[in-house]
Design a protein around this ligand. Structure first.
Ligand code: ZN
Length: 242
């Protein structure tokens, strides 16, 4: 089976459509959370994903829009976007988000939005945090999002450390005996200084993982954000990928 793996779409429909068009044929979509928050099309992005055979997690921004999180840990711009999203969500979209888990096991993979240790909140930003997290899942591979940065952390079990592998786009990585934590990066708000949408393709027959990147019309999303009065800083950052 060939799965499209996406995370942190953040209500950016133009980015999501570019990914869907670029991915080629796939059997299903695995989404690692944060479908909504920041961007201008939360309802449209949820409905679009539901066109496919979908396995989906909730992220911290999905929970925030549902009023399930204390917003004091969000900065002012994120809070303004959460409030707008909360007002904008249609009832059936809200119901769908309410029913999502934040952690699950699927076909030999553990899926978590942030980390297996703390699925909603923890950011796996460095090899030390990655190494600690290998004790918190029992499958060979784990897929996470949340940092908006594509990366693979490979456990070196003998040395009890993690090695970081930067993404090599379009070059499939063989899934061998190594235990891995893989992050596909963010579809709708990349933060690695590359504004293109990031995603991954998992081929469970060929046993490969592939990081992908695709450009999308950033200005379309920015214009819609301005129309809705979303914060200027959130509009500007899309163009720079930070
Ligand atoms: Zn996010």
């Amino acid at each position: 089976m060939r799965y499209l793996v996406v995370s942190d779409i953040h209500a950016n429909q133009a980015a999501l459509e570019a990914v869907l068009a670029d991915a080629g044929a796939f059997d299903g979509v695995w989404c690692l959370g944060d479908i909504v928050g920041y961007g201008p099309e939360p309802n449209e992005c949820v409905s679009r994903l539901r066109d496919y055979d979908l396995v989906c997690l909730a992220g911290n921004h999905d929970w925030a829009a549902l009023g399930r999180l204390d917003l004091s840990s969000f900065n002012g711009d994120a809070r303004a976007a959460v409030t707008w999203t909360d007002r904008t969500l249609r009832p059936e979209v809200r119901d769908f988000l309410e029913g999502l888990p934040s952690y699950l096991e699927q076909g030999g993979f553990t899926l978590a939005h942030g980390s297996p240790r703390q699925p909603v909140w923890e950011y796996i930003l460095d090899p030390l945090i990655a190494a600690i997290n290998f004790a918190y899942f029992s499958t060979q591979y784990c897929l996470v999002g949340h940092t908006h940065t594509p990366v693979v952390h490979a456990l070196d079990a003998e040395a009890s450390v993690c090695r970081v592998r930067a993404p090599r786009y379009g070059e499939p990585l063989a899934l061998d005996d190594s235990r891995l934590i893989i992050n596909p990066g963010s579809v709708g708000q990349p933060r690695d200084s590359d504004p293109r949408a990031a995603y991954g393709v998992l081929d469970t027959d060929a046993h490969t993982w592939e990081h992908r990147r695709v450009a999308y019309p950033v200005d379309e999303t920015q214009n819609r954000m301005r129309q809705h009065g979303l914060p200027h800083r959130l509009v500007a950052r899309l163009q720079y990928g930070w």
